[in-house]
Design a protein around this ligand. Structure first.
Ligand SMILES: Cc1ncc(COP(=O)(O)O)c(C=O)c1O
Length: 366
């Protein structure tokens, strides 16, 4: 059996006919930047994420950059965040001249909220939890800290569209939610894309202005020196088409997890179970194992693709040399980076394929 880790080509094959006619309509309209499709997308997202506003952007990275900028992050400030995210979560802090202050994670890979208060200083400007793998952080406790110290929260929800914690949507807890629609996300564009959610009208209006050179509607009046961070009309068209399937994609991914859990010998594989307070959307299905690299090779030899998110924690990357962190600074993150493996979880997997992968893993540890 050959089971790739992701199967984007299959996605396109299933949607090609209907999708191409939508793209054709957008191209024929001549509205390639801005226009109806963008507005339609923003409305749909606000409804799904249960926030008052959404701003469609060109990437999750720019959503984070604009969000942090708006919350006042400037040179010399500090932003609290975990060291086990995708590199962009930290890069955006540094690009604004601020310093990432890392807080280690829990066994579920999300920031340990109990460690956050100890890292707060007079320079702390924002707390930025990352809802890794589609599982949300303990947002009630993080928001209590935010209120106590009057420090705003920006949720890095790049991996968690439609995830919930205690019944409340990802991106609707903090002051700002930032999302990615990169091709590997559950709601994926066919290129880069992202968006920002907020309940604050002022935030919405400023980010909307900043995303397009700071220009007002007529292009002649510039309110502020802005960026080119807007989503284009073709990506919005693709996302408007795919968004109708999002709930069923998440349902399939959740069912796939259940098939794994039924078939894997959990004595060999650690998976932090979904708690009652969580609704996880499984952008990735990450388990923690001994002899991870050997297992990865064994799976590959037997036709099964897998991935590691992420093999080198951010504080140990070459680009972090000047941040002054050493090995063992964040023991849980570092230990997990050697043990985590992301197994195929996409909506095109068949039950028998998941059973095949599970049996292979059971056999490997026998
Ligand atoms: C946790 C996290 N933050 C930020 C990003 C950046 O998003 P983008 O690739 O859309 O810029 C990603 C994704 O790729 C991510 O997974």
């Amino acid at each position: 059996m050959k089971i790739p880790y992701v199967n984007i080509a299959k996605q396109y094959a299933t949607e090609r006919k209907d999708l191409l006619s939508k793209i054709d309509r957008t191209l024929s309209s001549g509205n390639w930047i801005g226009g109806d499709e963008i507005q339609k997308f923003e409305k749909k997202i606000s409804k799904l994420c249960k926030t008052k506003y959404c701003v469609a952007l060109n990437s999750g990275t720019d959503a984070l950059t604009l969000g942090l900028h708006l919350l006042g992050v400037r040179r010399g400030d500090e932003v609290i965040t975990p060291p086990n995210s995708f590199i962009a979560s930290t890069a955006v802090i540094l690009h604004l001249g601020a310093k990432p202050i890392f807080v280690d994670v829990k066994d579920d890979q999300n920031i340990n909220e109990k460690e956050i208060e100890k890292k707060i200083t007079r320079k702390t400007k924002v707390i930025m939890p990352v809802h890794l793998t589609g599982r949300m952080c303990s947002m009630d406790k993080i928001m209590n800290i935010s209120r106590k110290y009057k420090i705003p929260v920006i949720e890095d929800g790049a991996q968690s569209i439609l995830s919930k914690y205690k019944g409340k949507m990802s991106g609707s807890w903090g002051d700002i939610g930032c999302f990615s629609t990169h091709p590997l996300k559950n709601l994926n564009a066919s290129g880069d894309g992202g968006f920002l959610t907020t309940n604050n009208k002022r935030t919405y209006e400023i980010i909307k202005n900043l995303r397009s050179h700071g220009m007002e509607e007529n292009r002649n009046n510039v309110k502020s020196f802005g960026y080119v961070s807007r989503m284009d009309a073709i990506q919005a068209t693709i996302l408007n088409f795919r968004i109708d399937n999002l709930r069923s994609i998440i349902k399939r991914r959740r069912e796939n997890v259940n098939i794994y859990l039924k078939n894997l010998n959990l004595d060999n594989v650690f998976f932090p179970n979904e708690k009652k307070s969580e609704f996880n959307t499984y952008h990735t299905f990450v388990v923690q194992v001994d002899r991870r690299d050997e297992l990865k090779k064994f799976l590959e030899k037997n036709g099964v693709g897998s991935a590691i998110h992420y093999p080198i924690p951010i504080h140990l990357q070459d680009c972090s040399k000047n941040l002054g962190y050493k090995k063992k600074s964040f023991p849980i993150t570092e230990n997990q980076s050697k043990r985590i493996i992301s197994l195929p979880i996409n909506q095109y997997l068949k039950e028998k394929e998941i059973i095949y992968i599970s049996n292979l893993i059971n056999k490997f540890y026998k």
